[in-house]
Design a protein around this ligand. Structure first.
Ligand SMILES: CSC[C@@H](O)[C@@H](O)C(=O)COP(=O)(O)O
Length: 380
């Protein structure tokens, strides 16, 4: 598990008290490391909605523990699973994690395990999911670093990333940030460019916080400054995570990712997506079919530091930027078409070019290329 002063997520239980899921409240970072205890599923659903816990892989893990919590509390587990799975719509990992633990619970129930036995089976499955995520993260870090060595040989790297994809979103070191971290550990990171990631500033608040912890050379930039950075030749590769990869290879990720892909293509810079296989959704045919979460207008029309008050809701302490009552277009994610993606790095291997066929290969491991890729690689 990630080495934070406060763990990113932990299960707490004792003989005297009912269990709870305790989260590092990411809305309070980097100002303070504060825990948020979820005593039941409604608490966890609220924490997911407020982005106290966030990022695709961790949403899957948290959702899994949420089912275990419902089972331990003796509630209606199927109903709890439905509420958790729909707490946010875009990251497929959330529903996948929830359903996986729900299946384990049902199998134990059907096998006659009894209430306590089924709850224990659900918790064991959530823990397994958590550990697997850490393992996947370590493999992606290694494969991603090797890939960058081939894409941009012979120099220390200047990498641009968007949103937050590190230890805060994972049982391990994360997705794209895990690759950055591996490059840094090898002494090959010249500079990490951190997109601030408007409107909720996951880059400025969270990725910068993680970069400080790892003593990386980094700078935060306004999202709109990325163009001039590319034009100045200061970016060797873009690394991002993903919330859902459709069957055609389209990548949904934090809003602002697609413009970076367009810039990268224009400037001949590799655009690399790092995501565990659980982020691939073979059931969603095309990028246009991905449901993109729309968030409250206040996230754009106001700004607040810290983002959320101790007891309040988002924006409560916000400074009004736009005229009061202004409407806003506030999608949480955008979708990058596969032809703009140089490669997708998963724990099962790297695929490039990113096509319906190579993405399908990820879902049937025997067909997955693990160390070599197609000719499209250098044509970013
Ligand atoms: C964490 S890996 C990929 C994504 O989940 C990440 O880039 C992202 O978009 C997170 O969005 P968020 O709205 O903060 O949950």
């Amino acid at each position: 598990m990630a080495d934070h002063g406060v763990p990113v997520l932990r299960w707490e239980e004792s003989a005297e008290r009912p269990p709870k899921l305790v989260l590092l409240d990411q809305t309070r970072l980097p100002a303070e490391e504060v825990e948020l205890a979820c005593k039941d599923v409604p608490d966890l659903v609220a924490a997911i909605g407020a982005l106290s816990v966030r990022g695709a892989p961790l949403l899957g893990v948290a959702g899994g523990y949420g089912v275990a919590l419902a089972a331990a509390l003796g509630g209606d587990v199927a109903q709890a699973a439905d509420r958790l799975a729909s707490a946010r719509p875009t990251a497929v990992n959330l529903a996948a994690g929830v359903r996986r633990v729900e299946r384990a619970y049902k199998a134990a129930t059907d096998g006659g395990a009894g209430e306590d036995g089924a709850a224990a089976a659900a918790l064991a499955e959530a823990r397994a999911l958590h550990e697997e995520d850490a393992e996947a993260s370590a493999r992606m870090a290694r494969l991603g670093r090797e890939l960058l060595g081939e894409l941009v040989p012979g120099r220390r790297l200047r990498l641009l990333t968007h949103c937050n994809t590190g230890t805060l979103v994972s049982g391990g070191k994360g997705t794209a940030f895990a690759v950055v971290s591996a490059v840094h550990d090898a002494g090959d990171l010249q500079q990490l460019w951190v997109d601030e990631t408007r409107p909720l500033l996951q880059g400025a608040r969270l990725t910068a916080y993680e970069a400080v912890r790892e003593r990386m050379p980094y700078s935060v930039l306004a999202d709109s400054a990325a163009g001039s950075l590319f034009a100045a030749g200061e970016v060797d590769a873009v690394l991002i995570g993903a919330d859902r990869i459709a069957a055609d290879g389209s990548v949904a990720n934090k809003v602002g990712s697609y413009p970076l892909a367009v810039l990268a293509r224009h400037h001949g810079v590799p655009f690399v997506v790092v995501a565990p296989v659980t982020t691939v959704d073979a059931a969603t045919e095309r990028g246009a079919d991905i449901v993109v979460e729309q968030r409250p207008a206040e996230e754009v029309t106001q700004i607040s530091f810290p983002y959320r008050s101790a007891s309040g809701t988002a924006g409560e302490e916000g400074v009004q930027l736009a005229p009061k009552g202004a409407e806003a277009y506030n999608p949480a994610f955008d979708v990058t078409p596969p032809d703009l993606v140089t490669a997708v790095v998963t724990e099962r291997g790297v695929v490039s070019p990113v096509t319906r066929e190579t993405v399908a290969g990820l879902c049937s491991p025997s067909r997955t290329r693990t160390s070599r890729w197609g000719n499209g690689m250098m044509n970013a």
